[in-house]
Design a protein around this ligand. Structure first.
Ligand code: AMP
Ligand code: ZN
Length: 468
């Protein structure tokens, strides 16, 4: 909002850093563009944790909107069955990519009463009005600092309340009084099928923006520390969230910080479902890339810059990870540690030493500069300097923390050379199912592997695939 970098610390007097991230719309598999945003949020959260800050990470599930309703109806499933299926798939992909589960994962459908209560508060305070069909709209011109996040000049907001000659329009001609007003509640339409709820304004369903205002209020309070999302959400979604929340609660300062990640592009265009230029994690795994390689490729660019997706980028991620594994093995040997002793730190157990990785940590903490941090990591790993066992142990402590912050898990996947892509894919899916504690799916996938003549040997921190 200020276009400045600010230190991230929990609000004065609070022990926990509250972080709200707009989550996925569950109407199909999330694409890796979506996962760029979710993975960068995961790195931010992990970095805060390594810095000793206790984080409460809330990431919602959008399980009611035009897309989910259309998808459920096309598949002949109930909205609940349909969105549950895609939520589970999302969880499996998240686990495969090493994303820490958020502390709270509220769903829009499970927060209908909270959304209605907030809309009611907005109507009562004169910030919203009910249209003839029972839809409710937010009155943007009632919110005098609307546009502050995107630095929009309020006086220039498009309006239909007056025509170009400055004469008042007949409000009855329009469902919305102003073109910039947006729906808080949408009255029931035949195409919504069975997906409607009762409200003081009749049957209908919430508009999209209100869900994040209602769920952040419920789980983090009227003000919290940081709000995240892809850059496409900055306007109008986040601007609308601020307006709804601050006008409903009367409390200014909805989110203290905003964290918007730039897009993943394909041939210079945003990767998106509507453009049909997307890749899913499954597609990349089927081509022989491990989820960790995908993760690395997604975080290797700075969050403020768009990142062009290429297969060359995935190949680079593969060699970068191999280089980190090799360098880590060398350091472990110098420290007299085994691979099993290279344990990612859990918050309470973070050792204080950083060794030669102190500068990588410094760089990471400055505006979450992941590429800069990785550059420092390679410099240290490539150094020919002779070090003592004790120095190597300090290095190991520092490196384990850096890799934990980046969410890079080493030594998890056996090299996939010689393993057919469909076997690699089944293996990755089974590992992800196991991580997500979906044991029924994990068993089913193991049986499929067995039927194809392969076995999967689980280790504590990964697995190997062996031909029977
Ligand atoms: P959605 O499921 O469409 O609500 O999007 C989930 C998240 O992915 C949001 O934070 C979006 O801003 C983000 N997102 C969508 N497309 C991309 C992309 N191509 N690159 C990065 N983030 C994206
Ligand atoms: Zn949102």
């Amino acid at each position: 909002m200020s276009r400045e970098l600010k230190p991230l610390l929990p609000k004065a007097g609070k022990a926990t850093f509250g972080m709200y991230c707009c989550g996925p719309t569950v109407y199909g598999p999330a694409h890796i563009g979506n996962f760029r945003t979710f993975t960068l949020q995961d790195v931010l959260r992990r970095t805060l944790e390594v810095a000793g800050i206790k984080v409460k990470h809330v990431r919602n599930i959008t399980d009611v909107d035009d897309k989910t309703i259309r998808g459920a109806q096309a598949s002949g499933e109930s909205l609940q069955t349909f969105t549950q299926k895609w939520t589970e798939k999302f969880h499996r992909d998240c686990a495969a990519l090493g994303l820490l589960p958020p502390h709270v994962e509220p769903s829009a459908v499970a927060h209908i009463p909270q959304q209605i209560a907030m809309i009611k508060a907005l109507v009562d305070r004169g910030h919203a009005y009910v249209a003839k069909d029972g839809s409710v709209y937010f009155k943007v011109h009632s919110c005098h600092d609307y546009g502050k996040l995107n630095h929009i000049d309020f006086s220039k907001l498009e309006t239909q309340s007056t025509n170009s000659a400055g004469e008042a329009n007949d409000a009855d001609e329009y469902e919305r009084e102003s073109a910039s007003d947006f729906a808080l509640w949408k009255s029931r339409k035949p195409e919504d099928g069975a997906n409607y709820w009762s409200s003081p304004w009749g049957e209908g369903r919430p508009g999209w923006h209100i869900e994040c205002s209602a769920m952040s209020l419920e789980h983090l309070g009227a003000t919290f520390d940081l709000h995240g999302g892809g850059i496409d959400l900055c306007f109008p979604h986040h601007e609308n969230e601020i307006a709804q929340s601050e006008c409903a609660t009367g409390v200014k300062g909805f989110a203290s910080h905003w964290f918007h990640s730039a897009h993943l592009l394909v041939d210079g265009e945003k990767m998106s479902k509507s453009k049909g230029n997307l890749y899913t994690l499954d597609e990349l795994v089927a081509k022989g890339f491990s989820p960790m390689e995908v993760r690395y490729a997604l975080i290797a660019g700075h969050y403020r810059s768009s990142l062009n997706f290429t297969f060359k980028g995935l190949e680079d991620a593969r060699s970068a990870l191999a280089k980190i594994e090799k360098g880590t093995d060398k350091l472990l040997a110098a420290a007299g540690f085994t691979r099993a002793e290279f344990v990612p730190p859990v918050q309470q157990e973070i050792q204080t030493a950083w060794g030669r990785f102190a500068s990588a940590w410094e760089v990471l903490q400055n505006d979450l500069n992941i590429p800069g941090c990785l550059g420092q990591v390679f410099t240290v790993l490539g150094s020919k300097e002779e070090i003592s066992t004790e120095q190597a142990r300090h290095d190991i402590s520092g490196l384990a923390k850096i890799l934990f912050a980046l969410g890079i898990q080493l030594f998890t996947i056996a090299p996939s050379v010689g393993i057919p892509p469909e076997i690699t894919e089944l293996g990755a899916q089974r590992w992800a199912a196991k991580q997500a504690k979906d044991f029924a799916a994990a068993d089913r996938l193991r049986q499929q592997l067995t039927a194809l003549g392969w076995s999967m040997l689980d280790r504590k921190d990964g697995y190997d695939l062996k031909k029977n």
